[in-house]
Design a protein around this ligand. Structure first.
Ligand code: MRU
Length: 353
């Protein structure tokens, strides 16, 4: 029962508004690049692969609106759309990769605006369709890592809501469940925006997979006092040495998993690997508003004047990661060597971002 998190309609993009889940399933139609940028910034659409698809569709929207404009105006509208979308969220590399693909599909060919708008739309839809297939492959590859009757723990939401398919980390859980290998899932609540309890628990329960929500701070005692066979998380950006940026709290989970001898798996498409960055030190980490921490759900939960720090992501050192599951296979340490081999030794050009 995969959710259609984003889809191209005749003259707009339709998303499920993830800020309203799980209370309400509200769909929104986005007609302009500004509406798309707002949806990405406010996390109405979120999760690394979905952000990439949303950005690509945002460019296609801008192009569509200007398809009858003179070439100069059309080109400016497309450039402005890309610049606006680049500024929405800094951490997930999928966003920049998707925009680069959109630019690349127009490169070196001269087309009339109408034809260029069609080409951009085709590219955005290709990014969407590829993600669906890639999710399936990651699911199959990752399910092999889990034994029968597994109990797993996950953080944030790396499911259908975050992709065009059935997810990355949750994709593995769905595939393993289909193969009869999942007994139970613990979903970290994932403060401050509760993607784990609001979104992951919603997705898993509607798919009939047994799920228990825990506070992030309960993970240690669950690992100690109960059975957890594996931790599975998604990723927003993986550096060339395997250091991985994912939702804040992932790093502490990896430390806990190591202490308790539990395998810690990162599940992400190859498009999340950023070979330009040699380590996680240079991954840009988004800082979000203090309000999300101290009055996220309608009540002030800290005294006025208290300082607040709200990094949206952290970086898990590669030494704490047991394996990285991609659509191309399961990578084990040494990650630097194995990622370099997987990416064909290619370092994308410096113009990437
Ligand atoms: O801030 P969010 O909700 O966009 O953060 C999402 C995550 O951290 C996910 O784990 C990651 O993007 C992988 S999604 C397949």
């Amino acid at each position: 029962m995969a959710v259609r998190t984003i889809e191209w309609r005749k003259d707009c993009v339709r998303i499920i508004d993830q800020t309203r889940l799980p209370e309400e399933s509200v769909y929104r139609e986005l007609h302009t690049v500004e509406e798309m940028a707002e949806a990405i910034e406010t996390l109405r659409v979120r999760g690394a692969p979905a952000i990439g698809i949303a950005a690509a569709m945002g460019v296609a929207l801008a192009a569509r609106l200007h398809r009858k404009s003179p070439p100069e105006l059309f080109n400016r509208a497309v450039d402005d759309a890309m610049e606006r979308l680049k500024k929405t969220r800094p951490t997930a590399v999928n966003l920049f990769g998707a925009l680069e693909r959109m630019r690349g599909c127009l490169h070196g060919v001269s087309m009339k605006p109408g034809e260029a708008a069609d080409t951009l739309l085709r590219e955005a839809l290709a990014i969407y369709e590829e993600d669906e297939i890639v999710c399936r492959r990651m699911g199959e590859n990752g399910a092999e890592l889990l034994g029968p009757d597994s109990i797993v723990l996950t953080h944030c939401n790396a499911g259908g809501l975050a992709t065009a398919g059935y997810g990355t980390a949750l994709g593995v859980i769905y595939a393993a469940h289909e193969a009869g290998r999942i007994r139970h899932v613990y979903a970290d609540e994932t403060r401050p925006l509760l993607q784990g309890s609001r979104l992951t628990a919603w997705e898993l329960s509607r798919s009939g997979i047994p799920v228990t929500v825990i506070c992030d701070s309960a993970a240690a005692s669950v690992m100690h006092g109960r059975r957890v066979d594996a931790v599975l998380v998604g990723a927003d950006r993986i550096a060339a040495n395997g250091d991985t940026a994912n939702k804040i709290g992932t790093y502490s989970l990896a430390v806990l998993a190591r202490y308790h001898g539990i395998p810690f798996y990162v599940v992400a498409p190859v498009s999340t690997v950023d070979m330009r960055l040699s380590s996680g030190e240079s991954i840009p980490i988004e800082e979000r508003s203090a309000d999300e921490v101290i009055q996220g759900f309608g009540r002030l939960t800290a005294p006025n004047g208290a300082g607040v720090l709200n990094p949206a992501f952290d970086v898990t050192p590669h030494t704490l990661i047991s394996a990285i599951v991609t659509e191309a296979g399961v990578l084990r340490p040494p990650f630097e060597e194995n990622l370099y081999r997987l990416m064909g030794g290619n370092r994308p050009p410096e113009t990437f971002e």
